[in-house]
Design a protein around this ligand. Structure first.
Ligand code: FAS
Length: 389
């Protein structure tokens, strides 16, 4: 079997690559390890930033991707109980950022690709990559019946996330990894509790907390906790008392907690983001602290750079885009890493020199003021903040 591009992974990166390639008339096959319902239900990010919204408009995909999703509103940042409202529309020309839960984006991209005749294969097991530095690469896998399959292709888009097979297929010594542990953990709680009016983040003497909608009757909460903490140390009454204290909302309505998970805020960048015919896209190449709310949007950015590069090569015999793919994507990755790191430090007591209490609140106010006076920074800040929704 032969195609032009094999896309490994049907998350935001893989489905965006696949849709954009189809728009360029380039054939591709998407291989996804999991079943469709799993892929369509995975909840993570919550906002598509302005740049990505405009990208989907430019490619004629905005109606399919955002159809029916309400336009954005405000973000609320509370610093020691003092409320600051940030508009997600920074007043610049063109459509603003969109509050769009990742699972909705994935569902819409997936149905658009399949409706357009795209070849998407779920439950593709034991994917392996071969001949990445040859004239053409080969991708092997087992289909749901267990039969061994092989696809010969010109390029492989490794869109299989941080634990996928793509990056692992690159020989030792080719990539350099730049990891960073922010020294902060979050307890993330999903509860059948009324959503906040606006996406809300709070800095308080008790620590960082956040409250985001998860549909009309559910909420996602985040609570900063020590890196060595454990979900079992957070019984319901402790969760709700800490949320009320940190959010500065004694009347916060509680509800049954349906999910409780602890994760470390960490970042990592792999350089370069390509090897021969393999191009790493999204989380397969980089992880950004969720504080930045940038992870998914970086995946969408990489996807567009890759699609343009393949199109230029196939339609105009111009390989500039392919050769510059990695440095071009990494420039944006480091920019977003820097902003996410700064934001994480601003809003958390963390690391060796915790910015304690009033001094940290003063810094946070000053940084927030700087952001609200500069539209582009405000836009970036707004998108980052809501990215945790
Ligand atoms: P993904 O991991 O989403 O998708 C990879 C796909 O590849 C999956 O469908 C997987 O099943 C498949 N796959 C893996 N191995 C495979 C194999 N061997 N063969 C075939 N398929 C394979 N980002 C934000 O912007 N805002 C947030 O608030 C936010 N919160 C987050 C909270 C958590 C707990 C986590 C873990 C991440 C969060 N992120 C957030 C980041 C997240 O949204 C990612 O950036 C985004 O999913 C990246 O998309 P992909 O690169 O497509 O990778």
């Amino acid at each position: 079997e032969s195609t032009t591009v094999v896309v490994i992974g049907a998350g935001p990166a893989g489905l965006t690559v696949a849709n954009l390639l189809r728009r360029c008339g380039i054939d591709c096959v998407v291989l996804e390890r999991r079943a469709r319902d799993h892929v369509e239900q995975r909840q993570r990010a919550g906002i598509v930033e302005t740049r990505a919204v405009r990208m989907f408009h430019e490619w004629g995909l905005a109606d399919q991707v955002f159809g029916g999703i309400p336009l954005s509103g405000f973000l609320e940042i509370r610093i020691a109980g003092e409320s600051h409202l940030l508009s997600q529309d920074d007043g610049s020309e063109g459509p603003p950022a969109r509050l769009c839960p990742q699972q909705v984006l994935v569902q819409n991209l997936l149905s658009t690709y399949v409706a357009d005749g795209g070849d998407l294969r779920f439950e593709a097991a034991d994917v392996s990559l071969h001949d990445l530095t040859g004239e053409r690469a080969t991708v092997r896998y087992r289909d749901p019946s267990g039969a061994a399959r092989a696809i010969d292709c010109a390029f492989v888009a490794g869109c299989d996330g941080d634990h996928g097979v793509s990056r692992a297929s690159i020989p030792d010594g080719v990539l350099t990894a730049y990891p960073f542990d922010h020294g902060i953990a979050w307890l993330t709680v999903l509860a059948d509790a009324p959503p906040s009016v606006h996406p809300l983040m709070a800095v308080s003497p008790h620590g960082f907390a956040a409250h985001f909608a998860r549909g009309p009757r559910a909420s996602r909460f985040y609570l900063q906790c020590p890196p060595d903490d454990h979900p079992d140390a957070w019984p319901d009454d402790r969760v709700w008392s800490q949320l009320r204290a940190r959010l500065g909302d004694p009347a916060l309505v509680s509800g049954p907690i349906t999910e409780r998970e602890l994760f470390q805020l960490r970042s990592i960048v792999h350089d370069p983001m390509d090897h021969g015919r393999l191009f790493l896209v999204g989380d397969a190449a980089h992880i950004v602290s969720p504080m930045g709310g940038k992870g998914m949007n970086l995946a969408l950015y990489d996807a567009e750079v890759f699609a343009h590069a393949v199109s230029d090569f196939l339609h105009h015999n111009d390989d500039t885009g392919l050769r510059s793919y990695s440095p071009r994507c990494l420039r944006r990755v480091w920019n977003d890493q820097e902003f996410s790191h700064w934001l994480t430090q601003t809003l958390h007591d963390a690391g060796d020199h915790p910015l304690a209490g009033p001094f940290r609140h003063g810094l946070a106010r000053a940084r927030l003021d700087r952001l609200t006076t500069s539209p582009t920074a405000a836009r970036a800040f707004a998108e980052l903040m809501a990215g945790l929704a």
